[in-house]
Design a protein around this ligand. Structure first.
Ligand SMILES: [Zn+2]
Ligand SMILES: [Zn+2]
Length: 288
């Protein structure tokens, strides 16, 4: 039995999540870490912020995930928790593309361990629009992967109290009904339509959450060669992989430095992508 197994094996792990994320998270966590995953019944993760912004999220994505884990452990009196947090933003280089960044955090209060898995994906339907007619709403819906992906309809992108908001719309009838009602009541006679990013209404997001969960498990299983602490992780990457033709250094990664969070042991792993030279395409000398 490895050290990782002895830390987590047969322990109760509270999965602080709503929105059916357990569908993709429970099995890999139980199978690969031998923990017993339990979903608390009365823990409302929406009180930590909603994507539709009626409740603002506190702090960064990481802080929100950590806070959720700490609070669910307090409420349940347990010592081990996993939480997940999603974030959506425009791609830094491709202006009309959106990114989905999913973060999955494990907190072990007994051993003071925090390990974070992440995944960034362009496979997201994250978008919104303002419509003046039902047919505009239907056109947006088609592009947004509706009805396998749900939609939200509300008066304005910044929802105020007492404004109408319809969430989790997955039928054309409900969409038409919501858009019509909101347009009637809104002062500008428009409706704000956006993708519902809650996991159970968004199979694309569910996939990215599954990948982030795998990333977390991989990190947990990567233990320190010196003291066996889980979560031996990259703290720095060093560019300079040399060009295959001219042997000048490129901007590609040459090595990765791993460090243990417990004993600070470091290890440098060269050529993380398995290649010792860079393709000349990436060389500023051969291909300026
Ligand atoms: Zn160590
Ligand atoms: Zn070169």
């Amino acid at each position: 039995m490895s050290q990782t197994e002895s830390w987590f094996k047969n322990r109760v792990c509270i999965l602080a999540t709503m929105h059916k994320k357990e569908q993709v998270m429970v099995r890999p966590l139980e199978a690969q870490l031998q923990m017993q995953v339990i979903i608390p019944q009365a823990f409302n993760t929406d009180s930590f912020g909603t994507f539709s912004r009626e409740i603002k999220r506190m702090g960064t994505q990481l802080e929100a995930a950590r806070l959720k884990a700490q609070q669910v452990l307090e409420v349940t009196g347990e010592s081990l928790a996993v939480t997940s947090e999603g974030s959506f933003f425009p791609h830094p280089i491709l202006p009309y593309c959106a990114c989905d960044r999913e973060l999955v955090l494990l907190l072990d209060k007994t051993n003071d361990i925090e390990i974070v898995g992440t995944e960034i994906s362009l496979e997201t339907n994250y978008s919104h629009t303002s419509v003046k007619t039902v047919s505009e709403a239907l056109a947006f819906a088609e592009k947004a992967g509706f009805p396998s992906h749900g939609l939200i309809v509300m008066e304005s992108p910044k929802p105020q109290k007492n404004e109408m908001i319809f969430k989790g719309i997955v039928t054309e009838e409900k969409l038409i009904n919501a858009v019509t009602k909101v347009m009637e009541s809104s002062p500008k006679k428009t409706a704000h339509v956006e993708t519902d990013m809650r996991a159970m209404y968004n199979p694309s997001r569910m996939k990215v959450i599954a990948q982030a969960t795998h990333n977390l498990i991989e990190k947990i299983l990567n233990t320190c060669p010196n003291c066996n602490w889980p979560g031996f992780d990259i703290i720095e990457t060093i560019p300079g992989l040399t060009c295959e033709i001219c042997h000048f250094p490129t901007d590609l990664i040459k090595s990765e430095i791993y460090q243990c969070k417990k004993c600070n042991f470091q290890q440098t792993k060269d050529f993380p992508n398995g290649v010792k030279f860079a393709d000349p395409t990436y060389c500023n000398y051969c291909n300026p």
